[in-house]
Design a protein around this ligand. Structure first.
Ligand code: COA
Length: 336
């Protein structure tokens, strides 16, 4: 069953067709997700795997393969081109041509190289690979969109039909003040892409000095850095508001916000929640998903030159379809 939010993402993706690589064609959940997206004409998909097996699976289910191409990287006429590309990108980091030849055959690297070469707009992988294995090629090959800023991740969490954006629950393990400020700014930009109001709360166990310690100082200083950055011309007119440090109840509950941070424009109505480190973020979103009944999409990467997204290994086909649609929308914004 597709949820309301997922259906809306798919419909939006269909407005501007993108090409997305799915390297994990051996996984039934990926094939089901591909069917959901392809039959809605929401994207063109390139699936890696054995064509006869994949087309047999589709015909057993009575599905057609419109909008779907299957390829086997090791037989691709582009293997040499991608090997050269990889070698040229990584030789200064010590990669030999022989290593490039081997690495380019790895499906995650091959897919990432397709995106780098402009033969696809984005990639979704990770149903059977760790986050680090999916994310590392993207960091090495696609790289940060801005040299001065880290790549991080976000989730879209749906609670009672309202979307929230959480960051960073998946990449930067223990951000310093500057990295935390960057995460807040990038997350605000991502929120705008997904029509989520960019009201950003910098979360802590403290609200406005109620708690003390190094971690509170980190969040408070990161907030100041992000607020300062908002004064630059690139952020004018976007309506981004960032405030902190504050607890999650002060961020989300108007009554608590009135008591703890009465002068804040963000407290009580935050839609973007920035966690002080990956532990708080990762544990927080999984608790909400498992005990709080929230739908969770992600973690997806933000701040890359082209969208590459990781899947949770526990993802259902519908979750994967959601991440594909989100990747299409990121690709659309990337080329604006
Ligand atoms: C993302 C992650 C894999 C990168 O770490 P790593 O593999 O050790 O990467 P390295 O430090 O070797 O860096 C590899 C490249 O990526 C770059 N890089 C690493 N983190 C980056 C970031 N956040 N933004 C931009 N570039 C980054 C490095 O500069 C390096 O580039 P170079 O090789 O061109 O010089 C690591 O941060 C990680 O494991 N994060 C947690 C993932 C996770 O388990 N999440 C929980 C489940 S959702």
């Amino acid at each position: 069953m597709l949820t309301k939010y997922l259906s809306s993402l798919i419909a939006k993706a269909a407005e501007n067709i993108k090409t997305i690589v799915l390297p994990e064609g051996e996984d039934e959940r990926v094939l089901k997700a591909a069917h959901i997206i392809a039959q809605a004409n929401a994207a063109r998909l390139i699936i890696f795997g054995q064509e006869d097996k994949i087309s047999a699976y589709f015909s057993e289910n009575g599905w057609n393969m419109n909008n779907i191409e299957v390829l086997k990287p090791e037989n691709s006429p582009r293997l040499k081109e991608y090997t050269d590309l990889l070698y040229n990108l990584r030789k200064e980091k010590g990669m030999t041509y022989e290593q490039a030849e081997q690495t380019a055959r790895d499906y995650t690297y091959f897919g990432t190289l397709m995106v780098k070469a402009g033969h696809a707009d984005g990639m979704v992988s990770g149903a059977n690979h760790s986050t680090a294995d999916t994310v590392r090629p993207a960091l090495q090959i696609i790289k940060s969109a801005r040299k001065d800023r880290s790549v991080s991740s976000f989730l879209i969490m749906i609670s009672n039909d309202t979307p929230y954006l959480f960051s960073d629950c998946g990449v930067v393990i223990n951000p310093n003040e500057k990295e935390l400020a960057d995460i807040a700014l990038t997350a605000a930009e991502t929120a705008i892409q997904f029509d989520i109001e960019p009201k950003v709360a910098m979360l802590s166990f403290s609200t406005r000095g109620s708690g003390k310690g190094e971690t509170v100082d980190k969040v408070r200083n990161a907030t100041a850095l992000a607020q300062h950055a908002l004064k630059s011309p690139e952020y004018q007119g976007l309506g981004i508001e960032i405030d902190g440090e504050m607890q999650a109840d002060a961020a989300l509950d108007k009554v608590v916000a009135k008591k703890k941070a009465p002068d804040s424009h963000v407290a009580g109505s935050a839609r973007v929640l920035i966690f002080p480190n990956i532990e708080a973020g990762n544990i927080g979103y999984k608790l909400l998903q498992r005990l709080g009944g929230c739908e969770a999409y992600g973690p997806m990467l933000q701040g890359l030159n082209a969208p590459i997204n990781d899947l949770s290994r526990g993802a259902f086909a519908e979750d994967i379809a959601g991440v594909i649609a989100i990747t299409c929308l990121q690709a659309t914004h990337q080329h604006k």
